[in-house]
Design a protein around this ligand. Structure first.
Ligand SMILES: [Zn+2]
Length: 62
């Protein structure tokens, strides 16, 4: 308990602390080209327009 890791947004380079093995509040994680990529809340929201309708609406209610 209490361990944190720094996550870096793959889109804008913003950073945030997260619980070890977890994600900062509102962040998204995915894999692209065999890499794990994180997106900050800002970038997640910016990308909603392009991907909305592909995921259940409740997914975004974090
Ligand atoms: Zn970002």
């Amino acid at each position: 308990m209490g361990e944190t890791e720094e996550r870096t947004c793959s889109k804008c380079g913003d950073t945030a602390e997260a619980a070890s093995g977890g994600l900062p509040q509102g962040w998204s994680v995915g894999t692209e080209r065999h890499r794990v990529e994180y997106q900050c809340t800002t970038c997640v929201r910016a990308n909603i327009r392009s991907i909305e309708g592909k995921l259940p609406e409740e997914y975004w209610e974090l």
